[in-house]
Structure formats: C-alpha cells, structure tokens
Design a protein around this ligand. Structure first.
Ligand code: FAD
Ligand code: DHB
Length: 392
C-alpha cells in the first residue's frame, strides 16, 4: 500500500491535516487505534481560538460550527468574591468559538469520508521506520492482517502516549517537562449555563471553571488531586463545591442539573524539541502538552497542522523545502509562547499546596492588576483569542 503522507492518529491534528492536504491534491492515509464511535464521543477541549475557527471556515468546515457553536466575546475572572470581565472584542476585535473538540472531530471524519478519504479505525501494532532515509514505512495490523504503508513523509499525530515520538533515536529529542501537583475533575451536566460567558474562578478551596457545550449542556471543571478517583465525587459533593468556588458578591446563582459524565485529567506542561526527525514530523499532543487553563491544547494542534500543510503544499508544488526545513522552529516559537500563557493562567488561578499567605496575596494582586489595567487585560485577551496560527 502506498500514499504520500502516512498519518498516525485521528485526533484533531491527524484529521485536519488529512483534510487540508486533500484540498491541495495531496493523498494521505490516517491510521487510528480507536473506533470511529470512540473518537467521536471523547469529551475533551471546548474552545477554538479566533484563527482556528477562521481556518475551519476557510476549509469548508464552518457551517455546523457557526450554527451550533457559541461565539464568545469575553470571559469572567472571579476572585475574592468579585467578578471581572475581560472583553476580547473591545480589546482585540476578535472572539473565540465554544464548540466541543468531539464536534470538530465529527465534522472532520464526515468531510474526509465524503471525499473518499482513507481513515483506518481500530488498527493495532502500529510502528514507523525508515524516516531517517528516503523510504518511510508504517507497519500496522488491520482485522488480523499485517500491512505496510509506504509513504513520502510520516505525520506523527498520535497524541502524548503515541508511538511516533518514542520511535526517535535515544537522545535525538530534548524533552522539557513540568508536572503540576493537581488535576481537573471535568463534569458534563444537563443544565443551561448559569453564565453567558466562561467563568474562571480562583478560590481558597481550589480553581473552578464554568464552561458549556450548548444552551442545554454545561461543562465544569474543579481542581482536585492529580490521582483523584472521579467516583470519590458524588453529585452532591460536586455541586456543593461548585457553589462554593463559583460564588461571588454580585448575586451569581448556579443552576444544578443531572451529571452525565465525569473524569479526572492530570496536568502537565511538556515540549519535545525538535518536532521533526528526517521524514517524520510530530504534531499536536505528540510534541507538546499544555495545562488546560488557557484552553490551548486543540488550538496548538491546529497551529502545527496549518504550518505543516502549507510546507507540504510547497514541497509538492515544487516550490522548495524551506517550509519543511523551518517547520520545527516555526511551530516551536508559537508553542513556547502558548506554553508560557498556559503556565501563567494556571499559576494565577490554582491553589498551590503549601503556598503561604504572601503567595496568595500576590496571586490576588495579579488578578486585580490583570483585570484593572487595560494593558494587562489586552495581554490576556490577545493570547486567549490566539496568536497568529502561522508565524505567531
Ligand atoms: P489527540 O486528540 O490525543 O489524538 C491522537 C490520536 O491518536 C487519538 O485518537 C489516539 O487514539 C490515536 N493514537 C494513539 N496512539 C496511536 C497509535 N499507536 N496508532 C494510531 N493511533 C494512535 N485541552 C483543552 O484545551 N481543554 C480541555 O479541557 C482538555 N481536556 C482534555 C482532557 C483529556 C482527558 C485529554 C487527554 C486532553 C485534553 N485536552 C484539553 C487537550 C486536547 O484535547 C488535546 O490537546 C488535543 O486532543 C490534541 O489533539 P491531537 O490530535 O494532537 O491529539
Ligand atoms: C474548556 C476547557 C478549558 O480548558 C478551558 O480553558 C475552557 C473551556 C471546555 O472544555 O469547555
């Protein structure tokens, strides 16, 4: 079997890359270990930056997103009983789109399959080789049959626990890592959002986030220990803690509803450098992880895809390999700025065990400054709506 680009992983990175390549007349095959139903129902990120939403519109994927997604023009930061709004529209002229990652994945699978795209679900024993030379290959097993995919390039879009990054020679990659001493309990509930906009709350008990998926589905997060068992959180305990952490002095009322899903995610910052080894490119979570406080994970994946699809387009149009040669450095410039933002939002809003009274007062002063100074609010807004996808 032969294709131009062999793509490992059908998350947002792999599927969007396959679609953008197809629009440029470049063939790809996507290999995914999970089933179609699994990836289409996996609840993860929920916020698309301005540039990511624009890119989806430009490649024909805007219709359902614009119909069902929620355009948000600002967020609320809540601390010390106060609610302070950051107005993205006023400060940057841009907004973000609240649209679940699994909806983006559904749209991408549908558009690829409608175009005759080759996505192989439920494959196993995936391995990559030959990328240091001119003849990369991906080996995998499908329905019990071992197969070999010959390709020009391999795109490693297989997430943090995938096989592409570990396939690189020992010592080739430098890894930068920070593990946080907490995680997030994520909750999906059948309830109309109690706020028109996302609320990021700093509280002595820990961080809380009010988000949403639709006018009838709420999404919430609570800071918890990183190895917490989600079953330790009954519905009563979840709602009680959300009431405490999201309360303000301005009459905020939180509406409760049936909880339909809950899970715990540990939090880390991670970057692998470089993001290319010969004919193997790493994209998205395969190359980097951010703590979710800045809503950046899926958007970083979209940024890598935008850079690589452009570079591969140039390569196949015989316009040279400068884009491929610069891929890693171009992506990493943006990745590190987004790492900084995600780390900063996390540090400003979470309760760090052992932090003394001084650290807590500094945290409150930072929130007061960020929401009180136009310059500081603009810095937050500019990063939240997103730096330019290419060259940012
Ligand atoms: P992924 O979406 O992880 O896709 C990788 C794909 O590769 C998966 O489908 C996987 O099944 C497949 N795969 C793995 N190994 C192989 C293999 N050997 N062969 C073939 N396929 C393979 N970000 C936020 O901004 N906000 C959030 O609230 C948030 N919540 C998250 C919750 C969880 C539990 C996780 C894990 C991540 C969360 N993120 C969140 C991060 C965000 O979802 C990711 O940054 C985003 O999914 C990255 O997309 P990706 O395509 O690079 O990787
Ligand atoms: C969501 C997740 C985030 O990490 C975030 O910062 C904002 C919203 C969400 O899942 O809705």
């Amino acid at each position: 079997m032969k294709t131009q680009i062999g793509i490992v992983g059908a998350g947002p990175a792999g599927l969007l890359l396959s679609h953008l390549l197809h629009l440029q007349g470049i063939d790809s095959v996507v290999l995914e270990t999970r089933s179609r139903s699994y990836i289409e129902n996996r609840i993860r990120a929920g916020v698309l930056e301005h540039g990511a939403a624009e890119l989806l519109r430009a490649c024909g994927l805007g219709a359902r997103m614009d119909r069902e997604g929620l355009a948000h023009h600002g967020i609320v930061l809540r601390f010390g009983g106060q609610s302070r709004r950051i107005d993205f529209q006023e400060l940057t002229g841009k907004s973000v789109m609240v649209y679940g990652q699994h909806e983006v994945v559904r749209d991408l699978v549908a558009v690829r399959l409608a175009a005759g795209g080759d996505i192989r679900f439920e494959v196993s024993d995936v391995s990559v080789e030959g990328h240091e030379g001119d003849a990369p290959q991906i080996r995998f097993t499908q329905e019990g049959v071992a197969q070999v995919l010959d390709c020009d390039f391999i795109a490693g879009c297989d997430g943090f626990h995938g096989i592409c990054r570990p396939s690189l020679p020992e010592g080739f990659i430098t890894e930068y890592d920070r593990v946080y001493p907490f995680g997030w309990l994520g909750i999906l509930a059948e309830v109309a959002p109690s706020s028109d906009e996302l609320v990021y709350a700093r509280h002595a008990n820990g961080f809380a986030l009010l988000s949403m998926r639709s006018p009838t589905i709420g999404r919430f997060y609570l800071q918890c220990p990183p190895d917490e068992d989600a079953n330790a959180w009954s519905a009563d305990r979840i709602w009680s803690e959300l009431h405490t952490r999201l309360a303000d002095d301005q009459g905020f009322v939180l509406t409760e509803g049936p909880i339909i899903q809950k899970s715990v995610t540990a939090m880390r910052s991670f970057v692998a450098e470089p993001m290319r080894a010969g004919r193997l490119f790493l994209l998205g979570d395969a190359a980097h992880i951010v703590p979710p406080t800045g809503a950046k994970g899926m958007n970083l994946a979209v940024g890598d895809v935008a850079v690589l699809s452009q570079a591969l387009g140039q390569h196949y149009a015989s316009r040279g390999d400068a884009g491929l040669d610069d891929y890693s450095a171009n992506c990493l410039r943006r990745v590190w700025k987004v790492q900084r933002f995600s780390w900063w939002m996390t540090s400003m809003l979470h309760n760090f065990e052992g932090a003394g009274a001084f650290d807590q007062r500094v945290q409150l002063a930072e929130l007061d400054y960020v929401t009180g100074s136009r310059a500081a609010s603009t810095t937050l807004a500019e990063n939240y709506v997103g730096l330019p996808l290419v060259g940012g």
